[in-house]
Design a binder for this molecule. Structure first.
Ligand code: PEP
Ligand code: MG
Length: 831
């Protein structure tokens, strides 16, 4: 007898369906369930191995019919089918029939002893009786369903159809296509669209790629076909969308239509023009456009023997890419802007069966690895767009390339941007990720400007650290600039001049500071006190740049960037290689490595950082590390191993209690003991420090000082916690000002406690990178500064201008002032 398998997200639903079906059958039928997952918190889901086991439990030569609910059930069923022995596959049919009706029909039919084909046919036709009872009309037959829909057995029922004429001015371009796809996706029915005017092929309404390539324009007639339970309401809803002209004629949206109707500025029109964005990293630049993403990265196309694992890897990369894009969208000032619609379309590309299905086939049928399969699919999609007649559609190739590239980078682990560096220039991009910026060489990339982005995004902070001027949120006109166009960029005001005139160029050149690699000398005050000036860095390029700029070591290596834009934590060996490479650059100069400082505000999917209501008061810094022991131990092992022959120090972020420090030290000792037992060499005297960036750490500084070798004050976080002002919220960010006397008093308190206990204090927050603040910090007794490499030369000059007694007088005075402005004014008088 044919066996039946029910695959569902819900164990209860599956049990109910089976119970109902059994009641109808005359004979017992072998039925198995694969439903729900073993997670009491979130029991809904499907598991491929469970499906495979269920199939095998009812398998016989008579065959098995597998019925499933929706979404991942379909994928799990397909994967389980792939896992079956070759001789079993032809006897197992995945059936697209609706779950309840299909299961009952299949069980009843199987109970009669019918063969596999008959049971499948009966299940498939299960909807027709319901349809006829509800008088659902079927008008025109024979509309072909697209090949791209994931169906294993072919549909024989007939779809419902509607014909419509498009009246909206731009036809189905990206924005309406995105709306159309999002609407169609709400329905289970298989929905297709054909452009009758162009006699096009029939495409899936759930594929933005296919829909756009229909080239539907104003006045064109289309036919929409739907097949499935909710076909009728799907058609009605889509009809409404088309009749409403995709909301384009509604009052509020009129302006949007007008904006879209006006084509992007041609190159000639923007020459000499000024674009304005949000200043994200200060400094000015003059150079030629280097467009981001000239080519997709090279991928080694190796055959793989575990296609399901590759498919899972691709899905993970796609999910991560989606999260990255969603983060960009939510950082945009408006959700209905052109920029937002670009990114929203990118999200749809990542759900598009026209890309996913061929990738699936390549992985499972041709045993290609995920990256190679995805790359070919993207290249093919780009070629299709480029071959289209309409320039508007040709331009969509760039979108596919962009979104494809994002996934490929995640898959290949490479953050390298393939750029043409034949001469230094200004990078122009839709958006750049933090790890992309981290690997840019400031001597090659003179400036960055992006369509989207915010000044507080990680990528902007990294640009600041590298001293690369950056303007973000410029808008999509930026993308019309071709390679080689000359730009002048002002990272202070956010202005960009296209093909600037001579006078403008001269103004920019006059503001360019000394060449980047002017080396500073030792920092000594007028009365001979040496102040070590260290660098804040994020990687090997930063370490080289820091030394070129005159740093005497690294006071803060932010290790977060190693963990960003990836699918899993970097391994111990990967981290070791990077720490060793940095230590190699520094020789025996100090290298302070801060352990991972991520939190709820940074999207690192694999660390299970769930969104939090108050991310800055949440699970971040040392708190998160102490709860993720494997990740922390992995990192500490790499740091300790890299210490051999070098002067490496460990620093823990966001400490708010003595017990956290003790716990972290215990783990460090444990790691050292294990490495010692394994006979691995490391430096015996690794100094341990903590960041002082929480008010509790300041008030407990006397006790904390007895636990560690040094403090490093993080004024960026200390300001936001002391002032209770989120540093990323523009409405209150000006309150989080490290010049506030409240913060300066905290610094004084920290220094006093540290010096009483005989330990050193450094400042590594942004305050130390501001030359005007240096006399205050020296006067408060700070022993060392750790600053962004581009600010080192100016810091050294600033230090050499003061006598210690002058700085102490200044510090005494500013501690009595009542505002950050008053402090700034007071210090300014001294110059
Ligand atoms: C700080 O908070 O001042 C600091 C240096 O750490 P981060 O900016 O990385 O949070
Ligand atoms: Mg901090």
């Amino acid at each position: 007898m044919v066996g039946i398998v029910i695959v569902s997200h819900s164990a209860q639903l599956a049990a109910g369906v089976v119970e109902l079906a059994k009641q109808m059958a005359q004979q017992p039928v072998p039925i198995a369930i694969a439903a729900g997952i073993d997670d009491p918190e979130n029991p809904f889901g499907t598991d491929v191995l469970q499906v495979q086991a269920a199939i095998e439990s009812v398998y016989s030569d008579a065959g098995v019919v597998v019925l499933m609910d929706l979404g991942s059930s379909v994928l799990s069923a397909e994967m389980a089918w792939e896992f079956l022995a070759e001789d079993q596959k032809s006897n197992v049919k995945l059936c697209e029939a609706p779950l309840v009706e299909g299961a009952i029909a299949a069980v009843v039919q199987a109970a009669t002893g019918a063969n596999l084909e008959k049971v499948v046919a009966e299940a498939r036709s299960a909807l027709s009786s319901k349809a006829s009872q509800l008088s659902v009309t079927e008008t025109e037959p024979n509309i072909k369903l697209p090949d791209q829909e994931i169906t294993v057995v072919h549909q024989e029922a007939t779809p419902q159809l509607i014909r419509l004429t498009l009246h909206n001015p731009l036809g189905i371009h990206t924005r309406p296509a995105a709306q159309f796809v999002a609407t169609a996706a709400r329905f289970q029915a298989q929905i297709t669209v054909q452009n009758l005017t162009k006699n096009s092929t029939v495409v899936s309404a759930k594929s933005i790629n296919q829909l756009i390539t229909l080239g539907v324009q104003q006045g064109h007639e289309i036919v929409i076909a739907a097949l499935g339970d909710d076909a009728e309401s799907a058609l009605k809803t889509l009809q409404q969308l088309v009749t409403d002209q995709f909301g384009e004629i509604a009052g509020n949206n009129r302006q949007v239509v007008e904006e879209e109707t006006s084509p992007p500025l041609p190159q000639a029109a923007i020459e000499g023009a000024k674009l304005v964005g949000v200043p994200a990293s200060s400094g000015v630049a003059l150079g030629r456009v280097i467009p981001h993403q000239l080519a997709l990265p090279e991928i080694l196309d190796r055959p793989v023997d575990n296609p399901p694992a590759e498919w899972q890897q691709l899905q993970l990369a796609i999910e991560t890419a989606k999260r990255q894009i969603q983060a960009v969208v939510s950082s945009l000032p408006g959700q209905n802007t052109d920029e937002a619609s670009i990114f929203q379309a990118h999200l749809l590309y990542l759900e598009d069966p026209a890309l996913l299905d061929p990738a699936y086939q390549r992985i499972f049928e041709q045993h290609q690895c995920a990256a190679a399969a995805w790359k070919i699919v993207i290249e093919e999609a780009i070629a299709i767009y480029q071959a289209l007649e309409e320039p508007y559609l040709q331009a969509r190739a760039a979108d596919v390339r962009d979104v494809g590239q994002r996934v490929l980078q995640l898959l290949s682990g490479a953050s390298e941007i393939p750029l043409d560096f034949s001469q230094p220039g200004i990078l122009v991009a839709l958006e750049v990720t933090p790890s992309e910026v981290a690997q840019l060489n400031p001597n090659q990339v003179l400036g960055i400007c992006t369509v989207a982005g915010t000044a507080t995004a990680h990528s902007s902070l990294i640009a600041k650290m590298l001293g690369i001027p950056m303007v973000v949120g410029v808008g999509k006109d930026l993308l019309t600039l071709v390679a080689g166009t000359e730009l002048a960029l002002d990272g202070e005001t956010g202005q960009i001049w296209v093909e600037p005139q001579e006078t403008q160029k001269r103004r920019i050149i006059a503001r360019q500071v000394q060449p980047r690699n002017t080396k500073a000398t030792e920092a000594i005050t007028q009365d001979g006190k040496k102040i070590p000036v260290m660098a804040n860095i994020i990687g090997v390029a930063g370490a080289e740049f820091a030394l070129e700029s005159g740093a005497q070591g690294v006071g803060l290596l932010r290790t977060e960037f190693l963990y960003l834009d990836r699918l899993e934590s970097p391994t111990e060996e990967e981290q070791l290689a990077i720490y060793q490479a940095i230590a190699q650059v520094l020789g025996t100069l100090p290298l302070t490595i801060r352990t991972l400082d991520v939190g709820g505000d940074k999207p690192i999917a694999y660390l299970n950082l769930a969104p939090e209501t108050n991310p800055f008061l949440g699970w971040r810094g040392i708190r998160q590390s102490l709860d993720s022991l494997e990740v922390l131990k992995n990192q500490l092992r790499a740091i300790v191993r890299a210490s051999y022959g070098h002067n490496i120090k460990v620093m823990f972020p966001l400490v708010s209690s003595v017990r956290e420090v003790r716990a972290a030290k215990r783990i460090l000792r444990e790691v050292q003991r294990e490495l010692h037992q394994a006979g691995i060499n490391f430096a015996r005297a690794i100094e341990i420090g903590i960041m002082i960036e929480v008010p509790a750490a300041v008030t407990m500084a006397d006790q904390l000082a007895t636990e560690v070798d040094f403090f490093s004050i993080g004024t960026n976080d200390l300001s936001q916690y002391v002032m209770a002002a989120d540093r990323t919220n523009p409405k209150v960010a000006n309150l989080a000002d490290a010049w506030e006397p409240a913060i300066l008093r905290m610094i004084q308190q920290t220094v006093t406690a540290a010096h009483q206990a005989g330990i050193r204090v450094s400042v590594c927050g942004d305050l130390a990178s501001q030359p005007a603040a240096i006399p205050i910090l020296l006067g408060l007794g700070v022993d060392e500064l750790s600053i962004n490499p581009p600010a080192i030369t100016r810091a050294v000059v600033a230090i050499s201008q003061w006598r210690m007694e002058e700085t102490e007088a200044i510090a005494r005075e500013v501690l009595q002032l009542d505002s950050a402005d008053a402090v700034r004014e007071y210090v300014a008088q001294w110059h």
